[in-house]
Design a protein around this ligand. Sequence first.
Ligand code: SF4
Length: 100
Amino acid sequence: MIRNSHAAPDTAVVADWRQSGACRAEDPEDFFPVGATPAAKALERHAKAICWTCPSLQPCGVWALETRQPFGIWGGMTEAERAKILRRRGIRLKTGSDTA
Ligand code: SF4
């Protein structure tokens, strides 16, 4: 998945929930904070606050987990939060070496 995929749906099904996404009018960069600086954490809180108002919160989060999205905030979850959920199921997030 490309970094600015909030604006680039892959399939009609994915596009359906993305078209209702509260992030459509937001800067995609806000959903990809880098690091743990106070500025990055503020951006993370901002993105999550948008997610919590989003009608697509559930399908977005499910999609992010099912596709093991390695970066960004999806469905109100950071990559670390998704990784924690997946680890409990013996699954890891995608890495740069994954081809699928
Ligand atoms: S849950 Fe968050 S990332 Fe997903 S579509 Fe809604 S606003 Fe965008």
